[in-house]
Structures are given as structure tokens and as C-alpha cells.
Design a protein. Sequence first.
Length: 95
Amino acid sequence: MSPETFAAMCQPTGCLIWTGAQTSKGYGSLRFGGVETYAHRVAWELAHGLIPDDLTIEHRCRVRCCVNVEHMELVTRAENSRLQAAHRRGLADTG
């Protein structure tokens, strides 16, 4: 998939909202390289390359269907869980 084809599936709003299929939890979803995956992961990989196995993507904007790589950062799974819990308690910076 080219970056242009990927961008055509998005709606810009500050966040870049994925307008294709979504999971039941609100994450963008698509088939990429023959595998069903999250749209935000494809966005990251198109912009920055592969995501290391020991890291995951944190949506600093807290919008699950956002594919704007400027709203994402790579974090450990433990840090992602900590940030999600802090956000639920109203303690996290939303980017």
C-alpha cells in the first residue's frame, strides 16, 4: 500500500481519522501485506519503519482511530498500560 492510498482512507481533523473499517474497540483496521492489522500501526510503519517487538504505539491524542503519526509515540507495553490507567483517572496529558 502506498502512502497516498493510505492517506485517501483518512479524514483530517487535527487528528487524522481513519475512515475505513474499525474494530469493535474503535481502532482503524485494514488488510496490509495479507494480514489484518491496525491502521495506526500501518501509518507508523509507512512513516518510520517496523515497530520493534518490545514496543507498542501510544496514541497521545487518545483517539483510537487517529492515524496521525505526530500523535503517536513508541512506548513499552507497561508504559502504555500506565498511561491508559492515568488517563482513565484524569491524570494524563492528552498530547
